[in-house]
Write a protein that binds this ligand. Sequence first.
Ligand code: BMA
Length: 327
Amino acid sequence: MTRAAGDDLFRRHPDNPIITAASLPYRANAVFNAGAGRVGDDTVLLLRVEDLRGISHLHVARSADGVSGWRFDASPLLAPEPDRYPEEVWGCEDPRLTWLPEREEWAIAYTAYSRRGPLVSLALSRDFSEVRRFGPIMPPEDKDAALFPRRFDGRWAIIHRPSPLRGGAHMWISFSPDLRHWGDHGLLLEARDGAWWDAGKIGIGPPPLETRDGWLICYHGVHATAGGPIYRLGLALLDLQDPQVVLRRTDEWIFGPAAPYERSGDVNKVVFPTGWVHDPATDVLSLYYGGGDSVVALATIRLQDVLEYLTSAPEPRHRALADGDAW
Ligand code: BMA
């Protein structure tokens, strides 16, 4: 054991939860699982807001310090329009924001909740004052998707989480020449088995973050118990040139539900990050996460400390499986 509890790496902000349903300019049931990015002088959060029917939409909030003074748009950026986009009939959920320098725009990978189950949809935006839907890119059931910011050998890459009828739900990586047509699917990170904290079901949190040591990945793992699931977080590092290569993966979870707003909510014992922002000037990494599927919370750490911790983690050094072993 290298750490006492494994979940003391990130520090919870004393003002948590930083956004609740009461902060919004209209009535809603819950606000959680926000995408995050830095736009101009502001941190932008694309909030998942669950309305009083139980259907979610995505709403923009901006703040200069990323903690307080949130300014909410008057209306949602992306609300389900089932007449035009039937795949969104039961909502738009859990956005992950990736700035694509080549296209000079943000990609929003979100879960569209269709009659056939959740699927991965893409939308594009220059600065979150407008949005253009790109449409579904993975059939149901598939969710927890985040794009890499740049191409590898001419192809975009995305991490996503299909839910097969048999076996665990694992993280896959797929490639595309044009963001539309995806293939060369490889099994990237497997959910573990048995009593592990990340047994059975895992999924990416915020989009991969490029660091000097590799692509930093934060993922959630689900532990099924008689008292319901527990959502906790782990870290992994992927090779910079070839993101199919897993360099490191933590054994222990590094963050789990401990605070009251994480232990109890609409869904108890959930921490679910979907966004992070790294400030190169201070090296602070701000992780935005949903607490108990009810509120938005913030935890911080120095990126240097994450990388030091990860480089002491086990070295699986395996490549995504795209052959017989993956299937
Ligand atoms: C996942 C997603 C998330 C949610 C989490 C915990 O499957 O649906 O939106 O936060 O479960 O309930």
